[in-house]
Design a protein around this ligand. Structure first.
Ligand SMILES: [Zn+2]
Length: 176
């Protein structure tokens, strides 16, 4: 099936499907294995301004990318990291939060308001934070203390500056 011509009323998803058709025309199967070449898993915020592959010099096939709101290490991120390490051979973990994160403007009130509105309490925490560095530190700690990982100590955390494009590494030791 060929997609309909793009018009001002075309939905964003239709645009993506059309873009994919163009992509596939020049795509050649690199014949890669599913195991990431650089043996690294990157956990990052879903923020639209963060182009992980470009920012870290990563190529197709290099890494696992695990993204969510905030780049927070939740139980589901631990699930992905565990599969990444135990089934697909990665060993290093890189955590990336960023400046001007949407989670800095939220609090756990988001959850309570949601409950009031829809009549059901979400099972998940918002994981809002006011200090990205401190939250990276907490996420590093969650990786280090996970019993499920093969390599829990090769973890480094960073805050990406959305204005300069630079990563700032977070010292894992709590600020004195
Ligand atoms: Zn963010």
């Amino acid at each position: 099936m060929t997609s309909a011509p793009i018009t001002p009323n075309t939905s964003v998803t239709d645009r993506l499907v059309a873009a994919n058709e163009a992509y596939a025309k020049t795509f050649t199967d690199p014949g890669m294995d599913a195991r990431p070449v650089q043996k690294v898993a990157v956990v990052a915020c879903m923020d639209a301004r963060l182009d992980l592959h470009a920012a870290l010099g990563l190529d197709l096939g290099d890494c696992h990318t695990i993204r969510n709101a905030g780049g927070v290490v939740t139980d589901d991120v631990i699930r992905s990291l565990t599969i990444s390490q135990r089934a697909l051979g990665t060993r290093s973990v890189v955590l990336i939060h960023h400046t001007n994160c949407g989670l800095e403007s939220l609090t756990e009130d988001f959850r309570h308001e949601l409950e009031r509105e829809v009549g059901q309490r979400p099972s998940w925490a918002v994981e809002a934070f006011t200090n990205a560095e401190q939250d990276v530190r907490q996420s590093m700690q969650r990786v280090r203390t996970s019993p499920f990982l093969v390599e829990a100590n090769d973890v480094r955390g960073f805050v990406f500056d959305v204005h300069t494009g630079l990563l700032h590494e977070v010292d894992p030791a709590p600020a004195a």
